[in-house]
Design a protein around this ligand. Structure first.
Ligand code: NAG
Ligand code: NAG
Ligand code: NAG
Ligand code: NAG
Ligand code: NAG
Ligand code: NAG
Ligand code: NAG
Ligand code: NAG
Length: 909
């Protein structure tokens, strides 16, 4: 009681003192306070202005003239002044950058102020290095400390989900502050916390002009048990320093404890990251001498500094910089040394996360693409594409229409696609001459400038170049086709059709080439793709086999449809081509027992998934051949088709169409599920699609193909959410009579594995049925098949769900996310089917064809709920009787034993 009162009195006196400090011009005439080197951007501000601290603010309309992307906002942050913000509504992986003037070699802090928008997520990059994520309303600011490597610096927002938004940007030269320690010069420091201790008010802000570098110091006035504040009773007077490197106000109060001070920071990213911690100490008690306040400094339980003496250097001020690799939290503990008369103190601290500096795009490509931009801009000021052409052309994400690759550690531009599809809102596409500078992009492999209004001649290209595919069709180009372009050594497709002014290609002008010209019906929308294509092979071959190729020859294609039809047969790709397609295996989209899966784009634009067998894979060539043989003959709407393969230099690679909606697993409880709940009717139709795909396999060519690894991550979803069963790497023909069925090793995935197959090693289509039953339970419950992080009785989905189903307590297991959004009858049917699928004895399980029928009925009920309800009311039946009727009958004594069933051919249809 007494103690509390004391503290109150102390706080009051301190408050009065503080007021004194505020009104005493103690620090304000500091020579350091000069804002002329600051760059301050007020987004969407109607005019430039100077604020009451004499800081000049500039509007961003010069960089982003679009007023439609401006919004009002309410300012609740104590360190923001702009009541506007700029909002960019973009798809994912796009960026918008501000270009600020800096001075090479100097140290800066750069800070973005955002202001709250719910449900958005984007990253912030300084230069090309990503530093922070804005993903919650609490993330008001992102700040980085960097050393300029050029005379400008980009401040970029890179979209992930939702919109990008920004209100203010502050660039501040750091006046001789030693943030760049030895060993950290090639990094950017992301500010995590900058705290000082102040007993008066939590969240108070100290910045310019008190801090000449405009660092924002935020006060913490919370006391943990055993800690207290001590304050300077007179003026802060730092001895032996030419002005303290932190504001005097920050040094007025220190946090202290009689024995130990613990400063804990959790909520840091939960992967191992490097952090820098800066600690600031000022001896606030003037009677304390050297040796009288000594303590040990621990960081995450490691002793980092022993016998640290605040007054030990003949001054009353000291700093300490520590680096640490941490995961999730930082624990800074200061412990009084034995023999020290006074407990530890701390006035302020900063925590930074260290981000390794990323290298910019290849200097020459960077300069050339800016030339290309300027050439295009001259005739196309209004085009919207330029708004996205800010910052580095490739990094962290490329400009719209560009594709980049890393070649020997250097990022280069390999693709330029400005076909009309890239544009929005501009009817005629791009105008003016083809930019000459494009011929100087030495790493370019794909160039697409089709469907624009380009005029003039086609420029001469460097020869030889890396070009693989060039599309200049549907423009107003004139002159003739330059030989330097037509005879590029790697060129597989060249389309220059539908340029009515272009001279007809004269066959003898290109030696060794067979030429057919067809200027086609260019005005007609239907056949607007007609043109001339120089292809790799004879007209009968598909465009999918481009590089390297036999010899150029020119042929014409009547329409786009032909391309599609021709691509159906399986192609052989070269390793080199697949490297180009995947940009040297840049984007990993999945990993499995077989190896890794990468995303890529074929030269004809088709998105593909490229599956590369890993060198360490225990599954061998056998699986590869297996999959090839099987897939080359199987086509079904609900099976992922094989597009092509490559078997070269011990590499075994399969190419599939890319499934843009990911896997069922991801949609049920992966990352995608966090964004959007998969509704019950969609779940049902996915289950039905997958069941149809498996039925096709089980009845394939009179013999049964067993998938052997049915699971939700192998059920992929195309752009219209149509289910396609993937990964036949494990597939086997079912053993037939005479085969030795037990010779196969057990394959599959934990949680989905048929217990009977597991114990007997006898394989049958019913093993797939078991696994499919688990998938059905997943769609009902939204739970993963195995999760050891749940309480023990819930580890196994099957074991957990079974008793509830048997006791008819379906509501207990249904995914809470779809509660109330399903038809009970449809749900019941699915659950009943699932239960029969996971029967321990395979003989009791239904066949896939039966499952398809059940799921079809469920879907009809779900989609047609009210009508169905009327029909069952009129017949007087109820939910249970219907289900009982449809139950799969128990096996009769005459049915074969489970073991025999496995050797039998697939279920009769
Ligand atoms: C405000 O700043 C400008 C330069 O940025 C300087 O010339 C001027 O003297 C300053 N005014 C005051 C009142 O400090
Ligand atoms: C604001 O300042 C910038 C940079 O000095 C200048 O380019 C721009 O024209 C100014 N805008 C207005 C509206 O004065
Ligand atoms: C934004 O605020 C200004 C006044 O500062 C007001 O005139 C304008 O109507 C507001 N715009 C919107 C969209 O609310
Ligand atoms: C971190 O600090 C330790 C010891 O103080 C030092 O040996 C090490 O070089 C530092 N690490 C880096 C990356 O500078
Ligand atoms: C202030 O300190 C308390 C106690 O150490 C801590 O819980 C709180 O998170 C701190 N606040 C800030 C803004 O750092
Ligand atoms: C200042 O230090 C002296 C000597 O160590 C000590 O007696 C006194 O209590 C201290 N004052 C405060 C406010 O901590
Ligand atoms: C923080 O570190 C100190 C010293 O290593 C240790 O005694 C204490 O238990 C740690 N606290 C937490 C919460 O980890
Ligand atoms: C950014 O500004 C600098 C200096 O004005 C300029 O050289 C550079 O080209 C600009 N970057 C972009 C992408 O416009």
């Amino acid at each position: 009681m007494m103690k509390e009162l004391d503290i109150w009195i102390l706080k009051l006196t301190k408050f009065l003192l503080l007021c004194l400090f505020i009104f005493t011009p103690l620090n304000s005439a500091d020579e350091g306070s000069d804002s002329s080197s600051f760059v301050s951007i007020a987004c969407c501000s109607e005019s430039n202005f100077t604020d009451n601290k004499n800081i000049s603010w500039i509007s961003d309309f010069n960089e982003f003239p679009n007023r439609l992307s401006c919004e009002n906002r309410t300012i609740s942050e104590p360190f923001a002044i702009n009541n506007k913000r700029r909002v960019f509504h973009l798809g994912s992986n796009q960026k918008r950058c501000y270009n600020l003037t800096a001075k090479k070699g100097e140290d800066y802090l750069i800070r973005g102020i955002f202001g709250v928008i719910w449900g958005s997520k984007f990253t912030v990059a300084v230069g090309v290095t990503t530093i922070g994520v804005v993903d919650s309303p609490e993330k008001i600011a992102v700040e980085g400390v960097f050393r300029a490597t050029k005379d400008y610096i980009y401040f970029c927002l890179v979209s992930d989900q939702g919109t990008l938004y920004i209100s203010e940007i502050h660039l501040r030269a750091l006046q001789n502050l030693g943030y760049y320690l030895e060993g950290f010069s090639s990094s950017i420091l992301e500010l995590i916390k900058r705290i000082y201790f102040d007993e008066i008010s939590e969240g108070k802000v100290i910045r310019y002009e008190d801090d000449p570098s405009d660092r924002i110091w935020i006060s913490n006035s919370t006391l943990d048990p055993g800690t207290d504040f001590i304050s300077e009773q007179q003026d802060v007077n730092v001895l032996g320093w030419n002005g303290a490197p932190v504001p005097i106000q920050v040094l007025q109060t220190a946090l202290t404890a009689s024995d130990r001070l613990v400063i804990l920071h959790d909520g840091l990213s939960s992967s191992n990251n490097l952090y820098l911690v800066f600690l600031y100490f000022y001896e606030v008690n003037q009677t304390v001498q050297a040796g009288q306040r000594v303590f040990d400094v621990y960081l995450n339980d490691q002793l980092r500094q022993s016998g640290f003496d605040v007054s030990g250097n003949g001054s009353n001020y000291r700093e300490l910089a520590l680096n640490v690799t941490a995961n999730g939290y930082l624990n800074l503990t200061l412990v009084k040394a034995s023999g020290s008369g006074n407990g530890p103190i701390c006035n302020a601290y900063e925590i930074f996360q260290v981000h390794q500096l990323v290298q910019e795009t290849n200097q020459s490509d960077l300069e050339v693409i800016l030339e290309v931009r300027n050439e295009l801009l001259e005739y196309n000021q209004q085009d919207e594409v330029w708004e996205g052409w800010t910052g580095d052309p490739c990094l962290p994400v490329p400009w719209n229409g560009l594709g980049c690759e890393a070649v020997n550690g250097d990022t280069v531009i390999t693709k330029l696609d400005l076909s009309s599809g890239i544009h929005r809102g501009v009817d005629q596409g791009l105008k003016g001459p083809l930019p000459n500078s494009i011929t100087k992009l030495t790493h370019l492999t794909i160039l697409n400038l089709s469907d624009n209004g380009f005029t003039g001649k086609i420029p001469e290209f460097l020869h030889p170049s890396m070009l693989i595919s060039v599309d200049l069709s549907h423009n107003n180009l004139s002159g003739s086709l330059p030989e330097s372009l037509a005879l590029q050594p790697h060129l597989a497709t060249l389309n220059f059709g539908c340029n009515s002014q272009l001279a007809k290609v004269n066959p003898p002008s290109f030696k060794g080439l067979k030429v057919t010209t067809d200027h086609g019906n260019c005005g007609d929308q239907e056949s607007s793709k007609r043109g001339i294509i120089i292809g790799a092979s004879a007209a009968s071959a598909s465009l999918l086999k481009p590089y390297p190729m036999t010899k150029n020859l020119i042929f014409s294609l009547p329409s786009m449809d032909d391309l599609v039809i021709k691509s159906i047969s399986i192609e052989t790709f070269t390793l080199e081509y697949l490297e180009a397609v995947t940009q040297s295996y840049k984007t990993l989209i999945g990993e499995g027992g077989f190896g890794s899966v990468y995303r890529g784009t074929l030269t004809d634009g088709q998105e593909v998934a490229v599956k590369v067998r890993s060198a360490t894979s225990t599954q061998g060539t056998r699986e590869f051949d297996n999959e090839l043989n099987l897939l080359s003959t199987i086509r079904h709407e609900n099976l992922v088709p094989l597009l092509g393969y490559c078997n070269e230099k011990d590499q075994e690679i399969l190419v599939y169409p890319f499934m843009s909606n990911g896997s069922l697993q991801d949609r049920l409880y992966g990352e995608a599920a966090k964004r959007k709940i998969l509704d019950w009717p969609t779940r049902l139709s996915i289950a039905l699609g997958a069941a149809r795909g498996l039925t096709h396999l089980h009845n394939f060519a009179g013999r049964c193909i067993i998938h052997r690894d049915v699971k939700s991550s192998n059920i992929l979803l195309d752009q219209s959410m149509c289910a396609k069963v993937a990964d036949f790497g494990f597939s086997k023909y079912a053993p037939q009579e005479g085969d030795s069925g037990a010779s196969l090793e057990v394959r599959g995935t934990a949680g989905y594995l048929d217990p009977e197959y597991y114990t007997t090693h006898h394989l049958s289509a019913k093993s797939d049925v078991f696994s499919f039953g688990v998938v059905l339970l997943e769609i009902v419950t939204g739970r993963e098949p195995l999760n050891i992080h749940r309480p023990h009785p819930e580890w196994s989905l099957v074991e957990w769900a079974k008793p509830y189903i048997r006791e008819s307590k379906i509501e207990e297991i249904v995914d809470p996310n779809i509660k109330g959004a399903y038809h009970a009858e449809a749900m019941w049917r699915v659950v009943e089917v699932a239960l029969s699928c996971i029967e321990p004895f395979s003989a009791y399980r239904p066949g896939m064809a039966d499952i398809v029928r059940e799921l079809e009925d469920s879907l009809i009920i779900e989609n047609n709920a009210s009508e169905y309800m009327r029909s069952i009311e009129s017949t007087g039946s109820n939910r249970f009787s219907i289900i009982m009727d449809r139950r799969i009958p128990p096996p009769s004594p005459s049915e074969p034993s489970p073991i025999l069933t496995q050797l039998a051919p697939p279920e009769p249809r």
